[in-house]
Design a protein around this ligand. Sequence first.
Ligand SMILES: Nc1ncnc2c1ncn2[C@@H]1O[C@H](COP(=O)(O)OP(=O)(O)O)[C@@H](O)[C@H]1O
Ligand SMILES: [Mg+2]
Length: 376
Amino acid sequence: MAEETRLLLVEPEPEARHVLMRLLGRFGTPSAAATLAAAVESLAANCPEVLLLDPDLPDGDGMTLIRAARAQLPWAQVFILGSESREGDVGWFIDSGANDVIIRPFDVAAFLPRVERLCKALCVRKEEFERLAQLESRLRHVDGLAMLGTLMATLAHEVAGPLSVIRTNADFLRADLLSTAALDEDKRKDLALIADEMDQAGQAIHTFITRIRGASRRNTADAEESSLAPAVDTALLFLKQRITLSRVTVSVPRAGDCPVVSHVPHRLVQALVNAISNAMEATGPGGRVVVRCSEQPSHVLIEIEDDGPGLSQDARTQALEPFFTTKSSGTGLGMSVIQDVMQEHGGKLELADTPSGKGLCVRMLLPRRRGPIAAP
Ligand SMILES: Nc1ncnc2c1ncn2[C@@H]1O[C@H](COP(=O)(O)OP(=O)(O)O)[C@@H](O)[C@H]1O
Ligand SMILES: [Mg+2]
Protein backbone atom coordinates (compact mmCIF):
# COMPACT_ATOMS: atom_id res chain seq x y z
CA MET A 1 0.00 0.00 0.00
CA ALA A 2 2.70 2.46 1.12
CA GLU A 3 4.56 2.03 -2.17
CA GLU A 4 1.61 3.40 -4.07
CA THR A 5 1.31 6.55 -1.96
CA ARG A 6 1.74 9.73 -3.96
CA LEU A 7 3.70 12.33 -2.01
CA LEU A 8 4.38 15.96 -2.79
CA LEU A 9 7.18 17.82 -1.06
CA VAL A 10 6.90 21.59 -1.24
CA GLU A 11 10.29 22.89 -0.14
CA PRO A 12 11.98 26.04 -1.48
CA GLU A 13 15.43 25.22 -0.04
CA PRO A 14 17.34 23.05 -2.62
CA GLU A 15 19.52 21.18 -0.14
CA ALA A 16 16.68 20.35 2.25
CA ARG A 17 14.56 19.34 -0.74
CA HIS A 18 17.24 16.94 -1.94
CA VAL A 19 17.66 15.25 1.47
CA LEU A 20 13.93 14.99 2.14
CA MET A 21 13.21 13.56 -1.33
CA ARG A 22 15.67 10.77 -0.66
CA LEU A 23 14.03 9.98 2.67
CA LEU A 24 10.51 10.06 1.24
CA GLY A 25 11.32 7.55 -1.49
CA ARG A 26 10.70 4.73 0.95
CA PHE A 27 7.03 5.65 1.39
CA GLY A 28 5.97 5.89 -2.23
CA THR A 29 6.46 8.07 -5.28
CA PRO A 30 7.45 11.58 -4.22
CA SER A 31 7.42 14.63 -6.42
CA ALA A 32 8.84 18.01 -5.49
CA ALA A 33 7.99 21.68 -5.90
CA ALA A 34 9.98 24.74 -4.86
CA THR A 35 7.27 27.38 -5.27
CA LEU A 36 3.57 27.80 -4.62
CA ALA A 37 2.89 27.99 -8.37
CA ALA A 38 4.75 24.72 -9.04
CA ALA A 39 2.99 23.06 -6.11
CA VAL A 40 -0.46 24.09 -7.38
CA GLU A 41 0.44 22.66 -10.77
CA SER A 42 1.68 19.42 -9.26
CA LEU A 43 -1.47 19.18 -7.15
CA ALA A 44 -3.59 19.18 -10.29
CA ALA A 45 -1.27 16.92 -12.29
CA ASN A 46 -0.29 14.29 -9.69
CA CYS A 47 -3.12 14.38 -7.14
CA PRO A 48 -0.76 13.85 -4.21
CA GLU A 49 -2.17 12.07 -1.18
CA VAL A 50 0.48 13.17 1.31
CA LEU A 51 1.51 16.81 1.16
CA LEU A 52 4.69 17.83 2.99
CA LEU A 53 4.77 21.57 3.06
CA ASP A 54 7.02 24.41 4.11
CA PRO A 55 4.39 27.15 4.50
CA ASP A 56 6.86 29.99 3.83
CA LEU A 57 7.20 29.97 0.07
CA PRO A 58 8.86 32.64 -2.06
CA ASP A 59 5.77 33.34 -4.15
CA GLY A 60 2.97 33.13 -1.59
CA ASP A 61 1.42 31.58 1.47
CA GLY A 62 1.71 27.79 1.36
CA MET A 63 -1.35 27.46 3.57
CA THR A 64 -3.64 28.11 0.59
CA LEU A 65 -2.40 24.76 -0.69
CA ILE A 66 -4.08 22.98 2.20
CA ARG A 67 -7.49 24.28 1.12
CA ALA A 68 -6.80 23.30 -2.49
CA ALA A 69 -5.64 19.82 -1.45
CA ARG A 70 -8.69 19.33 0.80
CA ALA A 71 -11.03 20.31 -2.03
CA GLN A 72 -9.35 18.04 -4.55
CA LEU A 73 -8.55 15.06 -2.35
CA PRO A 74 -10.46 15.30 0.92
CA TRP A 75 -8.59 12.33 2.38
CA ALA A 76 -5.11 13.82 1.69
CA GLN A 77 -2.75 14.08 4.68
CA VAL A 78 -0.92 17.35 5.21
CA PHE A 79 2.39 17.55 7.08
CA ILE A 80 3.72 21.06 7.82
CA LEU A 81 7.49 21.40 7.95
CA GLY A 82 7.73 24.77 9.73
CA SER A 83 10.73 26.95 10.38
CA GLU A 84 11.69 27.84 13.95
CA SER A 85 9.94 31.21 13.66
CA ARG A 86 6.65 29.32 13.17
CA GLU A 87 6.82 27.51 16.51
CA GLY A 88 3.95 29.59 17.86
CA ASP A 89 1.73 28.75 14.87
CA VAL A 90 1.43 25.00 15.50
CA GLY A 91 -2.14 25.26 16.82
CA TRP A 92 -3.13 27.50 13.92
CA PHE A 93 -1.67 25.03 11.39
CA ILE A 94 -3.70 22.19 12.90
CA ASP A 95 -6.84 24.35 12.95
CA SER A 96 -6.24 25.14 9.28
CA GLY A 97 -6.43 21.46 8.39
CA ALA A 98 -2.87 20.15 8.84
CA ASN A 99 -2.63 16.58 10.12
CA ASP A 100 0.84 17.00 11.68
CA VAL A 101 3.40 19.74 12.24
CA ILE A 102 7.13 19.45 12.81
CA ILE A 103 9.47 22.39 13.55
CA ARG A 104 12.99 22.53 12.13
CA PRO A 105 15.66 21.53 12.76
CA PHE A 106 14.18 18.07 13.18
CA ASP A 107 15.57 14.70 13.78
CA VAL A 108 15.22 12.16 10.96
CA ALA A 109 14.51 9.50 13.58
CA ALA A 110 11.49 11.52 14.72
CA PHE A 111 10.42 12.60 11.23
CA LEU A 112 10.20 9.23 9.45
CA PRO A 113 7.79 7.47 11.84
CA ARG A 114 5.50 10.48 11.63
CA VAL A 115 5.43 10.31 7.81
CA GLU A 116 4.73 6.58 8.12
CA ARG A 117 1.82 7.30 10.50
CA LEU A 118 0.34 9.74 7.98
CA CYS A 119 0.62 7.16 5.19
CA LYS A 120 -1.24 4.63 7.34
CA ALA A 121 -3.87 7.21 8.31
CA LEU A 122 -4.25 7.94 4.61
CA CYS A 123 -5.26 4.33 3.88
CA VAL A 124 -7.89 4.42 6.63
CA ARG A 125 -9.29 7.76 5.42
CA LYS A 126 -9.35 6.60 1.83
CA GLU A 127 -11.34 3.53 2.84
CA GLU A 128 -13.70 5.73 4.87
CA PHE A 129 -14.27 7.99 1.88
CA GLU A 130 -14.83 5.04 -0.43
CA ARG A 131 -17.39 3.62 2.01
CA LEU A 132 -19.03 7.04 2.19
CA ALA A 133 -19.13 7.30 -1.59
CA GLN A 134 -20.74 3.84 -1.79
CA LEU A 135 -23.26 4.83 0.84
CA GLU A 136 -24.06 8.02 -1.02
CA SER A 137 -24.66 6.18 -4.26
CA ARG A 138 -26.87 3.66 -2.43
CA LEU A 139 -28.81 6.55 -0.87
CA ARG A 140 -29.28 8.14 -4.27
CA HIS A 141 -30.61 4.80 -5.50
CA VAL A 142 -33.02 4.56 -2.55
CA ASP A 143 -34.09 8.18 -3.17
CA GLY A 144 -34.85 7.29 -6.76
CA LEU A 145 -36.87 4.27 -5.67
CA ALA A 146 -38.76 6.37 -3.12
CA MET A 147 -39.60 8.90 -5.80
CA LEU A 148 -40.75 6.16 -8.12
CA GLY A 149 -42.81 4.74 -5.27
CA THR A 150 -44.43 8.12 -4.62
CA LEU A 151 -45.23 8.47 -8.28
CA MET A 152 -46.77 5.01 -8.52
CA ALA A 153 -48.71 5.46 -5.29
CA THR A 154 -49.95 8.89 -6.38
CA LEU A 155 -51.06 7.36 -9.64
CA ALA A 156 -52.87 4.56 -7.85
CA HIS A 157 -54.42 7.00 -5.37
CA GLU A 158 -55.65 9.39 -8.02
CA VAL A 159 -57.00 6.63 -10.23
CA ALA A 160 -58.69 4.80 -7.37
CA GLY A 161 -61.23 7.57 -6.57
CA PRO A 162 -62.78 8.09 -10.00
CA LEU A 163 -62.50 4.38 -10.71
CA SER A 164 -64.51 3.46 -7.64
CA VAL A 165 -67.27 5.81 -8.88
CA ILE A 166 -67.33 3.94 -12.18
CA ARG A 167 -67.43 0.57 -10.50
CA THR A 168 -70.11 1.48 -7.96
CA ASN A 169 -72.28 3.07 -10.64
CA ALA A 170 -71.76 0.12 -12.93
CA ASP A 171 -72.98 -2.14 -10.13
CA PHE A 172 -76.07 0.02 -9.62
CA LEU A 173 -76.73 0.04 -13.34
CA ARG A 174 -76.40 -3.71 -13.63
CA ALA A 175 -78.53 -4.42 -10.56
CA ASP A 176 -81.21 -2.06 -11.87
CA LEU A 177 -81.24 -3.57 -15.31
CA LEU A 178 -81.45 -7.07 -13.94
CA SER A 179 -84.36 -6.31 -11.63
CA THR A 180 -86.32 -4.24 -14.11
CA ALA A 181 -88.19 -6.10 -16.78
CA ALA A 182 -89.38 -3.10 -18.74
CA LEU A 183 -87.85 0.37 -18.44
CA ASP A 184 -90.23 3.29 -18.10
CA GLU A 185 -89.21 6.78 -19.15
CA ASP A 186 -88.17 7.94 -15.63
CA LYS A 187 -86.00 4.89 -15.16
CA ARG A 188 -84.38 5.48 -18.50
CA LYS A 189 -83.57 9.07 -17.44
CA ASP A 190 -82.06 7.82 -14.16
CA LEU A 191 -79.89 5.36 -16.00
CA ALA A 192 -78.84 8.01 -18.50
CA LEU A 193 -77.77 10.22 -15.58
CA ILE A 194 -75.71 7.42 -14.05
CA ALA A 195 -74.14 6.72 -17.41
CA ASP A 196 -73.23 10.42 -17.64
CA GLU A 197 -71.54 10.30 -14.29
CA MET A 198 -69.57 7.25 -15.35
CA ASP A 199 -68.49 9.16 -18.41
CA GLN A 200 -67.28 12.10 -16.35
CA ALA A 201 -65.35 9.85 -14.00
CA GLY A 202 -63.81 8.05 -16.98
CA GLN A 203 -62.90 11.43 -18.41
CA ALA A 204 -61.16 12.37 -15.14
CA ILE A 205 -58.99 9.24 -15.38
CA HIS A 206 -58.24 10.01 -18.98
CA THR A 207 -57.19 13.61 -18.17
CA PHE A 208 -54.99 12.40 -15.34
CA ILE A 209 -53.23 9.69 -17.34
CA THR A 210 -52.73 12.08 -20.26
CA ARG A 211 -51.14 14.60 -17.96
CA ILE A 212 -48.78 11.99 -16.49
CA ARG A 213 -47.84 10.85 -19.98
CA GLY A 214 -47.31 14.37 -21.23
CA ALA A 215 -44.40 14.70 -18.79
CA SER A 216 -44.64 15.59 -15.14
CA ARG A 217 -45.18 19.22 -16.12
CA ARG A 218 -47.62 20.50 -13.56
CA ASN A 219 -48.18 24.16 -13.95
CA THR A 220 -51.02 26.61 -13.97
CA ALA A 221 -50.97 26.98 -17.77
CA ASP A 222 -54.53 25.58 -17.88
CA ALA A 223 -55.66 27.92 -15.13
CA GLU A 224 -58.80 29.85 -15.77
CA GLU A 225 -60.25 32.86 -14.03
CA SER A 226 -63.66 31.50 -13.19
CA SER A 227 -66.09 30.69 -10.40
CA LEU A 228 -65.22 27.85 -8.05
CA ALA A 229 -68.79 26.54 -8.33
CA PRO A 230 -68.15 23.96 -11.11
CA ALA A 231 -65.15 22.53 -9.20
CA VAL A 232 -67.26 22.23 -6.02
CA ASP A 233 -70.09 20.59 -7.99
CA THR A 234 -67.77 18.09 -9.68
CA ALA A 235 -66.11 17.19 -6.38
CA LEU A 236 -69.54 16.60 -4.88
CA LEU A 237 -70.58 14.48 -7.86
CA PHE A 238 -67.50 12.28 -7.38
CA LEU A 239 -68.38 11.83 -3.72
CA LYS A 240 -72.13 11.44 -4.14
CA GLN A 241 -72.31 7.70 -3.52
CA ARG A 242 -69.93 7.85 -0.61
CA ILE A 243 -71.85 10.69 0.98
CA THR A 244 -75.07 8.69 0.71
CA LEU A 245 -73.52 5.52 2.08
CA SER A 246 -71.55 7.20 4.88
CA ARG A 247 -74.52 9.15 6.24
CA VAL A 248 -72.41 12.26 6.67
CA THR A 249 -74.10 15.59 6.02
CA VAL A 250 -71.96 17.58 3.60
CA SER A 251 -72.98 21.17 2.98
CA VAL A 252 -71.40 23.24 0.24
CA PRO A 253 -71.78 26.91 -0.72
CA ARG A 254 -74.43 27.87 -3.25
CA ALA A 255 -73.10 28.50 -6.75
CA GLY A 256 -73.77 32.22 -6.37
CA ASP A 257 -71.60 32.35 -3.23
CA CYS A 258 -68.56 30.77 -4.90
CA PRO A 259 -65.93 33.42 -5.68
CA VAL A 260 -64.16 33.82 -9.00
CA VAL A 261 -60.45 33.04 -8.83
CA SER A 262 -57.69 31.83 -11.13
CA HIS A 263 -57.48 28.03 -10.78
CA VAL A 264 -56.98 24.78 -12.68
CA PRO A 265 -60.42 23.18 -12.31
CA HIS A 266 -59.45 19.49 -12.44
CA ARG A 267 -56.63 20.02 -9.91
CA LEU A 268 -58.89 21.92 -7.55
CA VAL A 269 -61.43 19.09 -7.82
CA GLN A 270 -58.71 16.67 -6.70
CA ALA A 271 -57.83 18.86 -3.72
CA LEU A 272 -61.50 19.23 -2.74
CA VAL A 273 -62.25 15.50 -3.11
CA ASN A 274 -59.27 14.63 -0.92
CA ALA A 275 -60.12 17.21 1.76
CA ILE A 276 -63.83 16.34 1.85
CA SER A 277 -63.06 12.57 1.92
CA ASN A 278 -60.71 13.07 4.86
CA ALA A 279 -63.31 15.17 6.66
CA MET A 280 -66.01 12.53 6.05
CA GLU A 281 -63.73 9.74 7.23
CA ALA A 282 -62.80 11.73 10.33
CA THR A 283 -66.34 12.59 11.39
CA GLY A 284 -68.01 9.25 10.52
CA PRO A 285 -71.73 8.35 10.27
CA GLY A 286 -74.04 11.06 11.55
CA GLY A 287 -71.24 13.63 11.35
CA ARG A 288 -71.18 16.95 9.56
CA VAL A 289 -68.85 18.48 6.98
CA VAL A 290 -69.13 22.10 5.90
CA VAL A 291 -67.41 23.54 2.83
CA ARG A 292 -67.17 27.32 2.78
CA CYS A 293 -65.72 29.81 0.29
CA SER A 294 -64.94 33.42 1.00
CA GLU A 295 -63.14 36.37 -0.55
CA GLN A 296 -60.26 37.85 1.41
CA PRO A 297 -58.24 40.94 0.41
CA SER A 298 -55.31 38.96 -1.02
CA HIS A 299 -56.79 35.51 -1.56
CA VAL A 300 -59.82 33.33 -1.90
CA LEU A 301 -60.31 31.02 1.05
CA ILE A 302 -61.85 27.56 0.84
CA GLU A 303 -62.51 25.92 4.19
CA ILE A 304 -63.48 22.30 4.77
CA GLU A 305 -64.60 21.86 8.32
CA ASP A 306 -65.65 18.68 10.09
CA ASP A 307 -66.81 17.82 13.60
CA GLY A 308 -64.58 14.76 14.01
CA PRO A 309 -61.82 14.21 16.57
CA GLY A 310 -59.48 16.84 15.05
CA LEU A 311 -55.68 16.63 14.90
CA SER A 312 -53.02 17.58 17.45
CA GLN A 313 -50.37 20.15 16.43
CA ASP A 314 -47.72 17.40 16.00
CA ALA A 315 -50.05 15.23 13.96
CA ARG A 316 -50.83 18.19 11.67
CA THR A 317 -47.20 18.38 10.60
CA GLN A 318 -47.06 14.61 10.09
CA ALA A 319 -50.34 14.50 8.18
CA LEU A 320 -48.81 16.60 5.39
CA GLU A 321 -46.02 14.08 4.78
CA PRO A 322 -46.56 11.77 1.83
CA PHE A 323 -47.50 8.23 2.96
CA PHE A 324 -48.43 9.28 6.50
CA THR A 325 -51.72 7.64 7.37
CA THR A 326 -53.55 6.53 10.51
CA LYS A 327 -56.05 4.49 8.48
CA SER A 328 -55.71 0.75 7.92
CA SER A 329 -56.35 1.13 4.21
CA GLY A 330 -55.08 4.69 3.77
CA THR A 331 -52.41 5.68 1.29
CA GLY A 332 -51.34 8.81 3.17
CA LEU A 333 -51.27 10.78 -0.06
CA GLY A 334 -54.42 12.89 0.13
CA MET A 335 -52.91 15.73 2.12
CA SER A 336 -49.77 15.87 0.01
CA VAL A 337 -51.94 16.05 -3.13
CA ILE A 338 -53.78 19.03 -1.62
CA GLN A 339 -50.46 20.62 -0.75
CA ASP A 340 -49.14 20.06 -4.30
CA VAL A 341 -52.26 21.62 -5.79
CA MET A 342 -51.92 24.66 -3.55
CA GLN A 343 -48.23 25.03 -4.40
CA GLU A 344 -48.99 24.84 -8.13
CA HIS A 345 -51.40 27.71 -7.66
CA GLY A 346 -48.98 29.74 -5.55
CA GLY A 347 -51.37 29.16 -2.68
CA LYS A 348 -51.17 27.63 0.77
CA LEU A 349 -52.65 24.78 2.78
CA GLU A 350 -53.30 25.36 6.46
CA LEU A 351 -54.69 23.02 9.10
CA ALA A 352 -56.52 25.03 11.74
CA ASP A 353 -58.84 24.65 14.70
CA THR A 354 -62.56 25.08 14.11
CA PRO A 355 -64.39 27.91 15.92
CA SER A 356 -66.18 25.31 18.07
CA GLY A 357 -62.85 23.65 18.95
CA LYS A 358 -64.18 20.31 17.68
CA GLY A 359 -62.83 18.68 14.53
CA LEU A 360 -60.44 20.13 11.97
CA CYS A 361 -60.58 23.01 9.52
CA VAL A 362 -58.62 22.48 6.30
CA ARG A 363 -57.95 25.89 4.76
CA MET A 364 -56.93 26.28 1.13
CA LEU A 365 -55.74 29.76 0.21
CA LEU A 366 -55.69 30.67 -3.48
CA PRO A 367 -54.01 33.96 -4.41
CA ARG A 368 -56.26 36.47 -6.14
CA ARG A 369 -53.40 37.53 -8.36
CA ARG A 370 -50.71 35.20 -9.68
CA GLY A 371 -47.78 34.69 -7.33
CA PRO A 372 -47.25 33.40 -3.80
CA ILE A 373 -49.27 34.63 -0.87
CA ALA A 374 -47.37 36.98 1.41
CA ALA A 375 -46.86 35.82 4.98
CA PRO A 376 -49.37 37.45 7.35
N1 LIG B 1 -60.18 16.08 8.69
C1 LIG B 1 -59.30 15.34 9.37
N2 LIG B 1 -59.47 15.12 10.70
C2 LIG B 1 -58.60 14.39 11.40
N3 LIG B 1 -57.50 13.82 10.87
C3 LIG B 1 -57.27 13.99 9.56
C4 LIG B 1 -58.13 14.77 8.75
N4 LIG B 1 -57.63 14.79 7.51
C5 LIG B 1 -56.51 14.06 7.53
N5 LIG B 1 -56.29 13.57 8.76
C6 LIG B 1 -55.13 12.74 9.18
O1 LIG B 1 -54.11 12.89 8.25
C7 LIG B 1 -53.71 11.61 7.76
C8 LIG B 1 -53.21 11.74 6.34
O2 LIG B 1 -54.26 12.10 5.49
P1 LIG B 1 -54.20 11.73 3.96
O3 LIG B 1 -53.00 12.35 3.45
O4 LIG B 1 -55.48 12.07 3.33
O5 LIG B 1 -54.03 10.16 3.95
P2 LIG B 1 -55.11 9.01 4.21
O6 LIG B 1 -56.46 9.63 4.19
O7 LIG B 1 -54.88 8.02 3.12
O8 LIG B 1 -54.80 8.47 5.56
C9 LIG B 1 -54.92 10.74 7.92
O9 LIG B 1 -54.58 9.37 7.99
C10 LIG B 1 -55.49 11.26 9.22
O10 LIG B 1 -54.82 10.70 10.33
MG1 LIG C 1 -57.08 10.92 2.57
